[in-house]
Write a protein that binds this ligand. Sequence first.
Ligand SMILES: [Cu+2]
Length: 258
Amino acid sequence: MQAAGSLAAFSAASRASAPAVDASTQIDGLPRAKQQLGDPPFVPEHGQVAGRGPAIFETELAARENKNAIDRVGTEIAALPFNGSIPGPLIISLEGDCVELTWRNPHGNRFMHSSDSRASTGALGGGGLTKPNLGEQVVLRWKAINPGTLICDCAPGGSMIHCHVVSGMDGAVTVLPRGGCKGRDGSPIRSDKAPHRQAGFLRSSQCRRRLHDIGRADGMAGVLQVMRQLMPSHGVLSGKVGALTGDDAMKAEVGETV
Ligand SMILES: [Cu+2]
């Protein structure tokens, strides 16, 4: 998170007691900051304890239809990912803050997409309010009231909801307790690094190392056929070949907490 001016208290500095959550629904005058999202495993810069009053975090996501190789023999999926990665970027909020999401559906895509977050209550987690046509964008603001890490996916309506989800269109939102995470004995839990790893289950039939594309009539039939079997055709960790190895392996220095 970018800290600027009066938002300097956005650092991860811990404190002994949890500050009270401001339950006010007034948003006028709340300080604002931008949250720059990154491709997993990178998570956005964030504070682990509030130590300040409520604020609004502005962030951006786009539906980016692309091709992803999901195994070592080069099988490709016509993916429908958030920001082009499977899973999509992790959004992090502190309890009591507001997330203001600009959701884009760029020209060049073929489908309508939405952002349905389990961390956002009402209107299908925002999915019912975020359905921009190609080349359009919408802005959705919601207040984070329930700590936890919750799935975010696309919910454009009807059977396309399931088709988009099994084509890799999901991500997550983490809402941290305002006073920070604590162990069973009440002691604070702090981390030096927090990589985002997420398992994904894709469903499609395959033709010449290509998974069927739901944008084609024959491909849609293949995807629906596998979906009826209630078993994923592919399970992926972080969505692509080598996502947990080599340069992307999770590393920690001696003494660090991950
Ligand atoms: Cu979608």
